[in-house]
Ligand binder design. Structure first.
Ligand SMILES: C[S@@+](CC[C@H](N)C(=O)[O-])C[C@H]1O[C@@H](n2cnc3c(N)ncnc32)[C@H](O)[C@@H]1O
Length: 241
């Protein structure tokens, strides 16, 4: 049975408390500090993870249940999925299914070891490109997420989400080089892109706009949000479809 999401339960302070209250959870993610709290050197990633988790849980306001299936693209060490899994178990008593995919074999192996150590047998990880992910059997993917998937890997996550007709696609893009190199000096908006830093920002804006329009074209309602303060990271824009 689906549980209704209580918005106030997902304040970042509440989520930080839940995630940092267990050394057994923090240790394998290398988030554990000497005093038992979160390691200061890992605070940035911890805050990004908490901020994005808070956003995702608030968005799932029409409910999550045992049959909800997440796919984290370019998962890396899968901080986001490990955090969401713990939060959903602790706060809602719900065990969803989590898939992760990453092109790095060693990182995927690490995720498998961490999941086994934590006893999270509702999580599995695939070594490969996001665009080629196909390990979900007959399960319907509900929520596609990606945190700082490099460059075009964010587009692969969006493409997978559309292909699966996912209920939600939520991505926080990272660096993007695809368009910047294509903005030539001869284009009509030359004056706008004459300066290096502005050309960089313009390429970001154009990339995010095109992503949003692709999602709209596929029938999604699209919103932009900030997952954390830009003081934590300037890469804080969430595309929510
Ligand atoms: C900046 S890291 C972010 C990792 C993780 N999401 C996080 O927030 O810690 C980007 C990750 O994308 C992975 N990656 C890059 N291109 C990929 C692709 N086409 N398919 C799957 N993973 C990819 C890299 O191996 C790396 O783990």
């Amino acid at each position: 049975m689906d549980v209704a999401i209580q918005e106030t339960a997902y304040d970042t302070e509440v989520l930080s408390g839940v995630l940092s209250s267990s050394r057994e959870f923090l240790r394998p993610l290398r988030w554990e500090g000497p005093d038992g709290g979160v390691n200061r050197r890992e605070l940035k990633k911890f805050r990004e993870t908490v901020g994005f988790s808070s956003h995702i849980l608030r968005m799932l306001r029409d409910g999550v249940g045992e049959d909800t299936v997440f796919l984290e693209c370019s998962c890396g060490k899968s901080y986001l999925s490990f955090a969401l899994n713990r939060l959903l178990k602790e706060l809602e008593g719900v065990e969803c299914t989590f898939y992760g995919v990453d092109i790095s074999g060693p990182l995927v192996e690490k995720c498998r070891r961490i999941a086994a150590g934590l006893g999270y047998d509702n999580m599995s990880f695939t070594h490969g490109r996001t665009l080629e992910f196909d390990d979900h059997g007959d399960k319907k993917i509900d929520v596609v997420i990606a945190l700082h998937a490099c460059d075009k890997a964010t587009d692969e996550a969006i493409a997978r989400g559309i292909r699966y007709d996912a209920r939600y696609i939520m991505v926080v893009p990272c660096c993007q080089n695809q368009l910047r190199g294509q903005i030539k000096r001869t284009q009509p908006l030359k004056d706008l892109t004459d300066f290096g830093l502005l050309r960089y920002r313009f390429a970001d804006l154009l990339t995010e706009t095109l992503r949003a329009q692709v999602l709209k074209g596929a029938g999604y309602h699209v919103e932009f949000h900030e997952m954390v303060s830009p003081m934590v990271t300037p890469k804080n824009l969430v595309i929510t479809a």
